[in-house]
Design a protein around this ligand. Structure first.
Ligand SMILES: [Zn+2]
Length: 128
């Protein structure tokens, strides 16, 4: 872990200075994904809430337009809820890809090493 931080500091000094680059240390940023998922949940909740209100108001007052808008909002809310697992899956794919791109497996002991390492952390064997 420390190894990764140390090498990424020298590699990505520029992006560290310019602000918080989610890929500054190479790893996909879980917090950012979680924030988006929270945001989607909030927006979806709001859309469904207003949809319900418009549906009630529209059906009670007999205004078909309000009912139509409420249905559109309901669909939007459901789509936003559906996006949450999609974001999660995409993040997991990114993590897997990042691990594959930045780590090498030792041929001898199977230990996971950083791609820039020359020798295995675990058994000391030279890495390809
Ligand atoms: Zn090894």
């Amino acid at each position: 872990m420390n190894e990764r931080v140390r090498t990424s500091e020298s590699e990505n000094a520029a992006s560290t200075v310019s602000g918080r680059d989610p890929y500054a240390d190479g790893a996909p940023d879980w917090e950012r994904v979680e924030l988006r998922r929270m945001l989607l949940l909030g927006l979806a909740f709001m859309a469904l809430f207003f949809s319900f209100g418009l549906f009630l108001g529209g059906s009670l007052s007999g205004m078909g337009g309000m009912v139509v808008v409420s249905l559109v909002l309901a669909v939007a809310g459901i789509i936003m809820l559906g996006m949450r697992p999609v974001l999660l899956k995409r993040h997991r794919r990114e993590v897997v890809r990042w691990k594959k791109d930045n780590h090498v497996q030792c041929e001898y002991c199977g230990g996971t090493n950083h791609k820039d390492d020359h020798r295995c952390h675990f058994c000391g064997a030279p890495l390809r």
